[in-house]
Design a protein around this ligand. Structure first.
Ligand SMILES: Cc1ncc(COP(=O)(O)O)c(C=O)c1O
Length: 420
């Protein structure tokens, strides 16, 4: 495999040498990294430390720790960012999914169609709402829930009491929301189905210029510490443009209670801490810039992979290339929560990268329909072949705003070395 790239690891170890008259002097390029983490939150903290500490002190001074003005301010700011009319802060992305589903009308005995290629919570929240997840395969290009496969499923074997479809905006790229809207409209006379977005990985993402979080009836975001917009602990938020659903979610996150010590329905303690809201508000001021930097890093990865000959060039057989990139939908503004490649020698490559101290991760190694906890659904290996193959091939590479071009080069050069 033509690498087309020099090896910075070797260069970095070189010590200055005596040169012959025709040889350029060797220098030690100190900017060349010797290891690349998958994510380095410390670099982000270094840039915002003072503001974060002031925000946390503000909450401590107020001695108001749960919900309250910080959470309300964050709710307004997230609503403005996403374009949804309302946002409801809560304890985690998982909690947000449960609130979004219940507010959208999902109840015990219902079915909800979703992808089997996501984090566990996308499906466990459906179960917690009392409903049955119906797993459908993913699009082979984007690995998002395949709207065409959902359409086929509705025509051939519509799940009983289907109440919602839950697409996940995987890795920060919106699922095909035009196609899901069409499904809702085409079937409107026969049955009603709500689109609930799992936007946990997609804060700031867009579809046709509209923000993730404003594309479905309700949407759930996670602020887990590794997310593009992340708290200093667990936190999440739900968005909707239907005020009555927002009010319902406000009650549900607080024991189903419309006023203190009066309970009309069962809810839980799903409230957001004020300290998390205060930290998130500091970071929110940077999210557009951070997402833009992620897009630039993705473009750098794309370019270096193309130059290295690892990915297929135009006209050549893409499926034969050692490294394949995921498709990008032209309607989507991607926020690259993850930069993911596909390769048949994934596990060997990962071991090689780990030995070179380059971080990587597999999102996700076992599709949801094959998780032991979902065996009661009766699905088996081979039932959802596209996501099963993806689970064998995907590898997420280092991606965070403060990543440097030298680090990206080292990652791509190391992958080229592996295939050399
Ligand atoms: C797609 C997806 N859905 C749901 C969640 C759950 O979010 P949380 O970890 O904040 O509960 C996550 C994140 O972990 C996720 O990536």
């Amino acid at each position: 495999m033509k690498s087309g790239l020099s090896s910075p690891r070797k260069t970095a170890r070189k010590t200055p040498q005596k040169t012959t008259p025709n040889t350029a002097p060797q220098t030690v390029p100190l900017s060349v990294p010797l290891a690349v983490p998958l994510l380095d939150l410390r670099r982000q903290y270094d840039g915002i430390r003072e503001d974060v500490l002031v925000a946390i002190a503000r909450v401590c001074d107020s001695q108001s720790f749960i919900l309250g003005p910080e959470v309300e301010a964050l709710e307004r700011e997230i609503a403005a960012l996403t374009g949804a009319a309302c946002a409801v802060g809560c304890a985690s992305g998982t909690e947000a999914l449960w609130l979004a589903l219940v507010a959208a009308g999902v109840k015990p005995g219902d079915s909800v169609i979703t992808t089997a290629f996501s984090f566990f919570a996308s499906a466990s929240a459906i179960v917690r709402a009392g409903a049955t997840p119906v797993f459908v395969d993913v699009d082979p290009g984007t690995l998002n829930l395949d709207a065409a496969a959902v359409g086929r499923r509705l025509r051939t074997k519509r799940p009983e009491n289907l109440r919602a479809i839950l697409p996940v905006h995987l890795y920060g790229q919106c699922a095909d929301m035009d196609a899901f809207d069409r499904i809702v409209k085409e079937n409107a006379k026969e049955f009603e189905v709500a689109i609930v977005e799992d936007a946990a990985q997609a804060i700031g993402a867009e579809w046709n210029g509209r923000g993730a979080g404003s594309l479905g009836v309700t949407a759930a975001f996670s602020f887990y510490p590794t997310k593009n917009l992340s708290a200093y602990g667990d936190a999440g938020i739900v968005t909707t443009s239907r005020p009555e659903m927002a009010e319902h979610m406000r009650r549900l996150r607080n024991h189903g209670s419309p006023r203190r010590y009066y309970h009309d329905e069962f809810g839980w303690n799903g409230r957001m801490d004020a300290i998390q809201a205060a930290v998130l508000r500091v970071k929110l001021a940077h999210i557009a810039d951070w997402n833009q930097r992620r897009r630039q890093h993705a473009a750098t990865y794309d370019r270096l992979f193309a130059n290295s000959g690892l990915t297929a060039n135009h006209g050549s057989d893409e499926s034969a290339a050692p490294v394949r990139l995921l498709s990008r939908s032209p309607q989507a503004k991607h926020v690259f929560h993850q930069y993911v490649i596909r390769t048949q020698r994934r596990d060997e490559l990962r071991k090689f990268l780990t030995e070179r101290k380059i971080g990587s991760e597999i999102y996700y190694p076992l599709p949801l329909h094959l998780q032991p906890v979902f065996s009661y659904l009766g699905l088996k290996a081979g039932d959802l072949p596209v996501c099963e193959q993806a689970a064998r091939e995907v590898l997420a590479l280092p991606m965070f705003p403060e990543l440097t071009e030298a680090e990206i080069r080292l990652v791509v050069e190391s992958i080229a070395d592996f295939y050399a």
